[in-house]
Write a protein that binds this ligand. Sequence first.
Ligand SMILES: Nc1nc2c(c(=O)[nH]1)N[C@H]1C(S)=C(S)[C@@H](COP(=O)(O)OP(=O)(O)OC[C@H]3O[C@@H](n4cnc5c(N)ncnc54)[C@H](O)[C@@H]3O)O[C@H]1N2
Ligand code: MOO
Length: 408
Amino acid sequence: MVMVMFLKNLMPYKKAKEIVFKRLEKLATEKVKLIPIYEAYNKISSEDILSPEDLPMFNRAAMDGYGVIAEDTFGASETNPIILDLLGDPHKPVREGQCVKLSTGMATPEGVNAVVMKEYCREGEGFVEIREGVRPYENICKVGEDIKKGDLILKRGDVITPYHIGILSSLGIRYIRTYDLSVGVVSTGDELVDLEDFSSIEELKRKKKYIINSNTPMFYALIKELGFSPKIYKSVGDNKEEIKEALLKSIEENDIVITTGGTSVGDRDYTVEVVKDIGKLIIHGVQIRPGKPFGFGRCSLGEKEVLLYILSGYPVAAVVQFELFLRNYFRSRRSIYLPLARSVPSTPGRTDVVRVKLVSENKRTYVEPLRIKGSGILSSLKDGDGYIIIDENVEGYEKGEYVKVYLF
Ligand SMILES: Nc1nc2c(c(=O)[nH]1)N[C@H]1C(S)=C(S)[C@@H](COP(=O)(O)OP(=O)(O)OC[C@H]3O[C@@H](n4cnc5c(N)ncnc54)[C@H](O)[C@@H]3O)O[C@H]1N2
Ligand code: MOO
């Protein structure tokens, strides 16, 4: 009976996404941490940062050579060198007929508006022969050429790259606010054995335990990749009390808890029931493939509200659910439009996530949908270059049609 109810009450993908993202928005804004710039790589900025300064902060020499007034060098050549007085102090203002020695990166003193490269000069006692003329601002990196004061250098929601870190450091910014979520992972299933709990495959075969819990290590990595702190737990069997105990512990210790397994309608699928017991089940079942039995809920602990992601046991279904409902909120994938190498069918009313490979032929790149049955086939993720989403109101795509590919 439950099964029939469940299968008939699938929520459209867009609606589910809206509900989940609204909760994430609230949670994220509450979970902000000031961290040193050294730890900011791959984290998600929770603030807009406007540049407090121009970068470079002053005009600087882009080459080793002599700082000059460009106009003084006009007409200079190999056969017609121009002689300029060499000042001893590179910080003193330079007047007509004078120059200073500068190395790459040095601030140019007042008056200097160009640098003649060392190769085109000959230095003598207190003077320099200039053998090539320069235009104003030649070989000078101008104030604000890289970044202007007030430029938006990091947006709320941006993933922090090494290049952001370089720029922030150049501006003297040592700390930055990022989203800091702790995400717990609890895998469920009687058939599971954790990596830590056996010494050889022979041992598993003897015990007739064949399924190694790969979801926990995989989600540990997925959460790290997202820029958050994973916290993993031992897997639990299909036992209501055990699941409840494990869930309560991880709820206490995290902001989001992900469970895998027991989402469907089997006799031993208890996770959903437990969530109803200890909190509120908001979604169960979405019109997507793979990942249909996705569940989402929340649980309050005093002031704290923890979001619960009830993911399928099947690894690929679980990854797709994680991608659509958690990862995509925090970081959007780069996408490109490319033609399909062959047609892909789909059922209207359902949103399909199809893993694809990019193949090149005669200098053109095509999208090859991976033919995979079942949600347990992890190689579709390992070998895939990305995925396409077939909207619920689309009946599939024809060969040659351009589709939007979200790149891994
Ligand atoms: N009668 C129905 N059966 C199923 C339906 C349905 O609507 N009616 N939905 C199917 C869909 S779609 C999916 S997806 C799965 C979801 O099942 P569960 O979330 O209950 O997952 P389990 O049964 O616990 O596991 C499925 C399968 O995945 C492997 N697994 C599980 N956990 C792990 C882990 N931690 N590491 C590695 N592999 C894992 C394992 O092979 C399980 O047998 O339900 C369909 N059934
Ligand atoms: O979510 Mo299930 O993956 O459609 O098998």
